[in-house]
Design a protein around this ligand. Structure first.
Ligand code: FES
Length: 156
């Protein structure tokens, strides 16, 4: 079990130190800003939607290791997905990090549409403040997909 914890720790550190898809993609046709009111951290998400799929997605901003790692893994995972698939992953991720769904119940964890490396963030469920860090980028992405543009996302 501690091996798994170490591995997850490593995944989070790797993605927070070397975030994937960091920067402003151009062209992009959706964007939104995410704001965590508890700490003041903000990030911005850009999405290029084509034929109902996320062709490209990127982010910029500042935040703690958890928020940066989550944004990095999220952008990695969602490229090529349809809007419906992205929403499904969002819902599953949200349920896991808030503790609504036990991680062991996620039978599709490594299948297409499963959480994959995002499971590394499941530990935040024990720390309510950190749940907001882990979901910051996701709420911004949801706002971008819903075309809410500049709207600030207040994490729950
Ligand atoms: Fe601000 Fe985590 S402390 S996003």
């Amino acid at each position: 079990m501690s091996d798994l914890r170490d591995l997850y720790q490593e995944v989070i550190l790797d993605h927070s130190k070397n975030p994937r898809n960091f920067g402003h993609i151009d062209p992009a046709n959706r964007e939104a800003k995410g704001h965590n009111p508890l700490c003041g951290d903000q990030l911005r998400i850009w999405v290029l939607m084509e034929d109902g799929r996320i062709r490209d997605v990127s982010f910029e901003g500042r935040g703690c290791a958890i928020s940066m790692a989550s944004a990095s893994m999220m952008t990695d995972m969602l490229k090529g997905r349809t809007e419906a698939e992205a929403e499904e992953i969002f819902n599953r991720f949200h349920a896991v990090v808030t503790g609504e769904q036990d991680i062991g119940d996620d039978a599709t964890e490594d299948a297409d549409g499963g959480l994959g490396k995002l499971r590394a963030l499941a530990g935040v469920r024990d720390y309510p403040m950190r749940v907001k860090c882990a979901t910051l980028a996701w709420h911004a992405l949801k706002a971008a997909l819903e075309n809410k543009g500049e709207s600030t996302v207040v994490t729950e």
